[in-house]
Design a protein around this ligand. Structure first.
Ligand code: ZN
Length: 156
């Protein structure tokens, strides 16, 4: 299958049937983020593991297909990851989309590598990174039980 076809198929599948979608009743933290440029509006719900890593990650809200697909794939990729692994994968994902120099994405990103083409469309990069910024904010504040945060659209 051609890269473009695979990209379309995976994005459509995740945006139509987002995984880990909905509110996580026993979440430790909820982080809301929005992207007014596109109208994407998501909340990431995180349950931490005892060691500060991620037990489960859910998301709710509405967004364009790139936003929904990226958030859906993120929740699958990062659940059960340690704090350090999560930070590393986030860094790799941002690097893939925003580094000045294009390079081969890290293989550990799995299907998320399919989003690499988004780097050519700066306005859509915000769609792809929105849920990631929310999760990053949550990881900055592990084990603040029940916290509910909101981040402004400020980073890339
Ligand atoms: Zn969008």
């Amino acid at each position: 299958m051609e890269f473009e076809e695979l990209y379309q198929e995976v994005i459509l599948d995740h945006s139509r049937r987002p995984r880990n979608f909905g509110e996580l009743p026993d979440a430790d933290i909820h982080v809301h983020a929005n992207n007014p440029m596109c109208g994407d509006d998501v909340t990431v719900h995180v349950k931490f593991a005892a060691d500060g890593g991620l037990d489960s990650v859910f998301f709710s809200g509405n967004g364009c297909s790139i936003c929904m697909a990226s958030a859906s794939m993120m929740t699958q990729k990062l659940k059960k990851k340690s704090h350090a692994e999560s930070m590393e994968l986030m860094r790799k994902f941002h690097e893939m989309l925003t580094a000045a120099q294009e390079s081969e994405p890290d293989k550990r990103l799995g299907d998320l590598q399919l989003l690499k083409g988004v780097r050519k469309f700066p306005l859509r990069v915000k769609c792809a990174t929105l849920a990631w910024h929310a999760l990053e904010e949550a990881l900055d504040k592990p084990l603040e039980k029940g916290a509910s945060l909101s981040i402004e659209d400020e980073k890339d």
